[in-house]
Design a protein around this ligand. Structure first.
Ligand SMILES: Nc1ncnc2c1ncn2[C@@H]1O[C@H](COP(=O)(O)OP(=O)(O)OP(=O)(O)O)[C@@H](O)[C@H]1O
Ligand SMILES: [Mg+2]
Length: 141
């Protein structure tokens, strides 16, 4: 996939997450990139909704990973606070990457070299008017 689009509002971002969520299959890995408050968790919420998850979705900044039961299990990670690949191993991160779930990873830069080849990269940039430019790259299709 190689697509760039604009999300004017948080609702647009959630809708984009829902659209991408429809394409998720067991083993899908999505790397969410962008500054603090860019909208990574809003996107993750959209994915969750299309997987049939109704729970509130919040950045797992302190728990590092949050698991949700949906049509496919969803593992939502926020690696902002981890400092090494070893930390990622300790939380069972690699097992989740190769599980039957969908993995969404905020702040995945630290485990770049561990991301599977079919990872979908979602890069979010905040524009002056608060809209977001979103670039989607990679993925299995
Ligand atoms: N166009 C937009 N797209 C997405 N979010 C927007 C947009 N405009 C405003 N927002 C607001 O920006 C905030 C994005 O917060 P969110 O928690 O998703 O960011 P994040 O990238 O996950 O940050 P963090 O790195 O702290 O986890 C929300 O409060 C959302 O309502
Ligand atoms: Mg977040």
């Amino acid at each position: 996939m190689d697509r760039t689009l604009t999300c004017r509002t948080a609702d647009d971002m959630e809708a984009l997450g829902r659209e991408i969520g429809e394409t998720c299959v067991p083993g899908t890995v999505i790397s969410l990139r962008g500054s603090l408050g860019a909208g990574k968790t809003v996107f993750a919420k959209g994915v969750a909704r299309s997987l049939g998850i109704q729970e509130a979705i919040v950045s797992p900044t302190f728990t590092l990973v949050q698991e949700y039961d949906g049509r496919i299990p969803m593992y939502h990670m926020d690696l902002y606070r981890i400092t090494s690949e070893e930390d990622f191993q300790m939380i069972g991160g690699e097992d989740m990457l190769y599980s039957d779930g969908v993995c969404l990873i905020e702040w995945s830069e630290i485990i770049n070299s561990m991301l599977p080849s079919g990872t979908l990269f979602v890069q979010i940039t905040v524009n002056d008017d608060q809209s977001r430019t979103v670039t989607l790259k990679g993925g299995l299709k």
